[in-house]
Design a protein. Structure first.
Length: 317
């Protein structure tokens, strides 16, 4: 500890720590370059093949400033044999570990009810649409808009149904983190709070929304693209760090389009883009369409959802 105290005492200003780190890094790189150059000179002097030596020097220089010193690109066979080739299934036909799904709808259509319904059923080992048994998952729902009374009004009947139908019911697997005043996950404080909830619960699936109450909107002097880029980076960091699938809900843009409000970056980012609209022929039913083409094959989302007294929703394929 005394050496650190001594170092701090000899540093003119803590505010310049970044600059001092860069100086140390440059000095380290300089030593490595001199060592590599001396090695190359020695190899040439000893009669080594200059083309081989040049290739070795080229590989060395490409690694300067990078944490990795080996090639990261893989062949198709290497990809087939890698751990990432088969993502863990979260909900059969809907989510795998690294999937991103965005649901859009106009206000009052029932998107929050729908996302929680999917998560609560899956958490208790029942597929939300087929109602077949499945491996129970851990789910964290982040609600940045609805009052508790509204949440409980729709969740209590579903809870009773799941307690009666599920043979593996466990209250702890499904948790709701309420922030009705909204948060901005692009700020350090709110991002840290979100990460805390994820780290404690270790969910397989995170449900969150609406997007505009989670910091997806632009700030003064900021473009929609800049806002979306920073927002999506936070989600990508969290989902890859904690290995969960993500189900986001968002309001639609203005007009007839069903794309998420904001930048086209958000539309392009997800694997599946669902658009929920009221069915014009069946009262209380909603159609589940796409606001973009699926990036992956084999997904089995229903085409229509009809209201159900016990289950909230009944799927129609």
């Amino acid at each position: 500890m005394s050496i650190f105290i001594a170092l701090q005492a000899n540093v003119p200003s803590i505010a310049n720590v970044r600059e001092y780190c860069q100086i140390v890094e440059r000095a380290s790189v300089a030593r490595n370059v001199m060592r590599a150059a001396q090695q190359a000179l020695g190899d040439i002097t000893d009669g080594g093949d200059p083309f081989v030596v040049a290739d070795e020097m080229n590989r060395f220089t490409l690694g300067i400033g990078s944490k990795d010193v080996i090639q990261q690109a893989m062949t198709v066979e290497e990809m087939m044999n890698s751990d990432e080739s088969m993502s863990r299934t979260i909900i059969p036909g809907l989510f795998k570990e690294d999937y991103r799904v965005i649901l859009t709808a106009r206000s009052g259509t029932g998107k929050s009810t729908f996302t929680r319904f999917v998560g609560f059923c899956a958490a208790q080992g029942i597929h939300p649409f087929t109602r077949q048994e499945m491996t129970p998952i851990r789910v964290l729902a982040i609600d940045a808009e609805n009052p508790m009374e509204n949440i409980l009004q729709v969740m209590k009947p579903l809870r009773s149904t799941l307690m009666a139908r599920s043979g593996v019911y466990n209250e702890d697997r499904f948790r709701i983190w309420r922030k009705p005043g909204g948060i901005s996950i692009r700020t350090r404080r709110d991002r840290t709070d979100l990460q805390r909830e994820i780290a404690f619960h270790r969910p397989d699936l995170v449900i969150a929304g609406p997007a505009y109450k989670l910091g997806a909107t632009r700030q003064p002097g900021e473009s929609w693209e800049e806002a979306a880029s920073g927002w999506l980076q936070v989600w990508d960091h969290l989902r890859t760090t904690y290995s969960f699938a993500l189900f986001l809900e968002a309001h639609t843009s203005k007009g007839e389009q069903m794309d998420p409000q904001g930048s086209a970056f958000i539309t392009q980012w997800c694997e599946t883009g669902l658009a929920m609209q009221e069915d014009k022929q069946i009262t209380g039913a909603v159609d589940l369409e796409r606001f973009r083409g699926d990036r992956l094959q084999g997904l089995t989302w229903p085409k229509r959802l009809e209201r159900d007294e016990d289950w909230l929703w009944r799927a129609v394929y």
